[in-house]
Design a protein around this ligand. Structure first.
Ligand code: ZN
Ligand code: FE
Length: 257
């Protein structure tokens, strides 16, 4: 019983993930930024494609769907809340639904904030979550449709998962995220170490995704908004976690690296 994952870089900085139940050979892809790199990898492995899982409706996550579907006959799963803008869905899911990739099951979690209707796929037995543009390596998605409060509630859902959960997020933004994180939290030892690791990985053109939740909790500024010593960095000891999170999000949105 195991879910294998192949990371497929797409466009300039997106990731798609080909996931496969090694018992049954059932294969899926999480997000479809463009078809050709995904098809190339499937061909290399001599695999078909059974399912396409969509985290949210942005074009850099769905533009490859048509061609993937036409070429492989894969069925498409996405959020019911996004049905009006994901017209090609075969299965529309809501929070709490379970989907299966062969013998591996994923719970659907509503992770709105970046968009309303954004979902993540949590394979609890495999300790993996596919988080799209919600929780990201050392960051979180920009709030386009939700409110800071909605995004903070989403991040709290991630923080409640087991610490060893691996976060498969949709972009390679980590080096820039590290510069921002260091600018506000420069004495965080694990962050300083992580920033160095990220630098080394990126010089070798290696991926910084996935990352472990435990490390995100220790280093990702967006997850640290409820910690008193973190609040203190902004002189916001008396403020709520949402207020601190809002402050950090605004600082990041205006950050020039
Ligand atoms: Zn997006
Ligand atoms: Fe994106």
């Amino acid at each position: 019983m195991a879910l294998s994952v192949i990371t497929v870089p797409c466009l300039s900085d997106n990731y798609a993930f080909i996931i496969r139940c090694t018992d049954t050979g059932i294969t899926a892809v999480v997000d479809a930024p463009e078809a050709s790199p995904i098809l190339t990898e499937l061909e290399k492995q001599q695999w078909g494609l059974d399912l396409i899982l969509i985290t949210h409706h942005h074009s850099d996550h769905i533009d490859g769907i048509d061609k993937l579907k036409d070429t492989t006959g894969a069925k498409i799963i996405g959020a019911k809340l996004d049905k009006h803008r994901l017209p090609f869905l075969n299965t529309a899911v809501v929070e709490g639904d379970t989907i299966s990739i062969g013998n591996s099951n994923a719970k659907v979690i509503n992770t709105s904030g970046h968009t309303m209707g954004h979902i993540s796929f949590y394979f609890n037995n495999d300790h993996k979550i596919f988080s799209g543009d919600s929780l990201m390596a050392l960051g979180c998605g920009r709030i386009f449709e939700g409110t800071p409060e909605i995004m903070w509630n989403t991040l709290k859902k991630f923080m409640a998962l087991p610490p060893k959960t691996m976060i498969y997020s949709g972009h390679e933004y980590t080096a820039n995220n590290a510069k921002f994180a260091l600018s506000i939290d420069p004495t965080n030892k694990r962050l300083v170490e992580r920033a160095q690791t990220i630098k080394t990985l990126r010089i070798k053109n290696k991926y910084t995704v996935p990352s472990m939740l435990e490390l995100e909790m220790a280093t990702n500024p967006f997850l640290r908004s409820s910690i008193p010593s973190f609040k203190e960095l902004f002189g916001m000891n008396g403020s709520s976690a949402v207020e601190v999170f809002t402050k950090v999000r605004i600082l990041k949105d205006n950050f020039k690296s």
